[in-house]
Design a protein. Structure first.
Length: 674
């Protein structure tokens, strides 16, 4: 697009009426950077004004339009909880539990007075370990309270029998995010390792060790974690559901790791004989067994001390909280300042009593008409995806028929669950904030294990309604849109179709596409890992997906770090698919059919693509960008805008993208999948 056209758009916006501006505030010219051509950098064009006017707050590692919505939700939740905190409720009622949990977190005098001594009994139990049986008991105690130690357990749908919940064992127990932080020779990881080891020393001092003893204990723990890291599966392999599916009988599990009493472990957690278990990383469990045989007791005891400290530090006195933040906040994410206490306590309350808080949130803030509008949008996008599947030239009729069956079978949940979690068995007391957190975790684990070896509850939600997010579950073949995301900049109840299809419509299409991305496509309509593709179609799919991989691999984060197109492939396919599906649905609307009718100078197509881009308006610190590039299956916001749109012909047309522009891709080089 030429600068002359840009100037014309600006003039068109100035001619718009105030009434139009108010109704269609979803696209605000102040958020754009009209000094930049959309063909050169569409993210800067669409979001440059927003980025200039919204610097990152000191207590955040990134700040985007997404985060503004989360901030607004946070304020709404604080308002609710503050009201509960000054009200009187029947003791033991769910409102009383929310209020008590929050108040203990805000009682800094009590927290400072108790310090780490509040966990004296826990540390004494660790100190008393004198045998392998003691190691076993400590792991059981930790896992009952969702304290990360060595391996982990969760109950989830069996990927090859999705109607049933089964026990899953998985690698865990590292103090840094993944194996590369321990093993990579890259300078960034070497620097982080050095700071992590200093953090370990400081933490052992805060646990009561002398500096000399802390240095010894920190080295022991670091080397132990490094061994676990070497046995851990890498992140790319973790995305492959075939590589993480190893069903074992109890006898086979005993053969894999014979020095651990597995039946006792499952009984201690309340499962009893588990029957069969999914061992997600068998090599890791074997390494756990080797360490059980060979690592000295003192190593295990110091590792357990660190597990307990790391899991509880955020809920203890200020000195410990600040030391924890110095590594996990400042070093890993580059965040200069810790969040205000009320935000941290709100996060903990929201996490521990998520559906209880969510029920109150929905009653006050979620309008019923939003659900009705969403249902209509979802129905329209389902039709659009069906049309696109039918028109795929690269897919056989056999695979198309199976894809259509899977699409029709997708279940949709919007807003909030039909039944709420029962918190009557959760104990919340006035004694100590950290103890309330541990009790809440124990309640959550007990609830989770109670479902193992039983049919999957199809009504259950795995995200609370107040969360600003959405998800697709491959084993449930369902898409879920909590109430929290059904607000601007994603959803405008009174917005025009272009904006809603470009924002929440793409989110809906994104989640639908997850059922057909490189991972989701491996599951059938019933949520089972089961091939429903012809070999030739699978090969053609991967060839097309590889185009997207290669594109994203070229996006530079720093001079030495590039985006990982393979690791982010599923999300990139979903972003591109979401745009294409939402746009196809948008073409059925009256607004799309009248492209000459502009709003604030933008055509319907331009508003669609601007709405999509502005969802991902974001400023991010370099440390956080590097961390997310390493750990997050999503591309950075900038590339969620640029990357998919370069492959969309309608985008090229809407903004007159020309050969030579960065945003231009020749048709032969574009990824065409869904």
């Amino acid at each position: 697009m030429t600068y002359g056209i840009l100037a014309g758009l600006l003039l068109g916006m100035q001619a718009c009426t105030n009434k139009q501006t108010m109704k269609n505030k979803a696209i605000d010219v102040k958020n754009l950077d009209l000094s930049v051509s959309p063909g050169d950098d569409f993210n800067q064009y669409a979001n440059g004004g927003w980025m200039a006017n919204n610097p990152i707050p000191d207590d955040k590692s990134r700040h985007g339009s997404f985060d503004l919505l989360m901030d607004e939700n946070e304020k709404q939740l604080r308002e609710l909880v503050d009201e509960l905190s000054v009200s009187s409720f029947e003791k033991g009622s769910v409102n009383d539990k929310i209020a008590t949990f929050y108040k203990t977190g805000m009682d800094t005098a009590a927290i400072e007075s108790m310090g780490i001594s509040v966990l004296k009994d826990w540390y004494q139990q660790i100190e008393a370990i004198d045998s392998k049986a003691g190691i076993q008991k400590q792991i059981e105690t930790f896992h009952k309270h969702y304290v990360s130690s060595v391996f982990g357990l969760y109950g989830g749908a069996d990927s090859k029998n999705s109607e049933m919940v089964i026990s899953h064992l998985y690698q865990s127990g590292l103090g840094m995010p993944d194996r590369d932080y321990y093993l990579s020779d890259a300078e960034r990881f070497r620097n982080i390792r050095e700071k992590y080891q200093q953090h370990l020393i400081n933490s052992f001092v805060l646990m009561g060790d002398t500096r000399e003893q802390a240095e010894i204990n920190a080295k022991v723990v670091y080397e132990f974690e490094k061994v676990l890291a070497q046995a851990s599966m890498d992140r790319l392999s973790l995305r492959d559901p075939h590589k993480t599916y190893h069903k074992k009988s109890l006898n086979e599990l005993n053969e894999l790791a014979p020095d651990y009493n597995w039946l006792q472990y499952f009984e201690a957690l309340g499962i009893g004989n588990p029957g069969e278990v999914i061992v997600m990383q068998p090599d890791f469990i074997q390494e756990f067994n080797r360490q059980l045989k060979t690592a000295p007791l003192v190593t295990w005891k110091n590792y357990f001390r660190w597990n307990l400290y790391r899991s509880t530090a955020s809920f203890l006195n200020e000195e410990i909280v600040n030391e924890q933040f110095s590594f996990y906040g400042k070093v890993l994410s580059g965040t200069p300042e810790i969040k205000p206490r009320w935000k941290r306590v709100m996060d903990a309350t929201n996490s521990s009593l998520s559906e209880a808080v969510g029920q109150i949130y929905v009653e006050r803030y979620f309008p019923p008409e939003a659900k009705e509008r969403m249902l209509a949008l979802v129905a329209n996008l389902k039709i659009a995806l069906g049309e696109r599947i039918g028109q795929l030239g690269w897919m056989s009729d056999e695979t198309k028929a199976n894809a259509m069956e899977k699409l029709e079978a997708i279940n949709v949940k919007i807003g909030y669950p039909d039944k709420w979690m029962d918190y009557s068995q959760l104990e919340v007391a006035v004694d100590a904030y950290v103890l309330n957190m541990l009790r809440a975790r124990k309640f959550g684990v007990a609830d989770m294990v109670s479902k193992i070896n039983k049919p999957v509850d199809k009504a259950e939600w795995h995200m609370p309604p107040q969360m600003v997010n959405a998800y697709y579950s491959p084993t449930m073949n369902e898409i879920v849109f909590p109430a929290g995301i059904l607000q601007p900049p994603f959803f405008f109840l009174d917005g025009d179709d272009a904006v809603n299809y470009g924002a929440i419509g793409v989110v809906i299409g994104h989640e639908m596409t997850h059922g057909f991305d490189d991972k989701g496509r491996l599951y059938d309509k019933n949520g089972n890992l089961n091939t429903w593709w012809t070999d030739a179609d699978s090969e053609r799919f991967m060839e097309r997906a590889e185009v997207l991989v290669n594109q994203f691999n070229q996006y530079k984060i720093t001079d030495s770090v590039y985006a990982n197109g393979k690791y982010t492939l599923g999300e990139n396919i979903a972003d591109l698919g979401g745009i294409n599906i939402a746009y196809t649905a948008f073409t059925k609307t009256g607004q799309w059919k009248n492209q000459d009718k502009t709003i604030e100078g933008f055509t319907p197509d331009q508003r669609f693509f601007l709405a999509y881009a502005q969802v991902w308006a974001q400023n991010i610190r370099l440390e956080e960008a590097l961390r997310r590039t390493q750990e997050d299956v999503h591309s950075l916001g900038e590339y969620r805008v640029k990357g998919p749109l370069r492959n969309v012909p309608e985008f090229h047309k809407a903004f007159a993208i020309a050969e030579g522009d960065f945003m231009y891709l020749p048709e032969a080089e574009r990824a065409v999948i869904w």
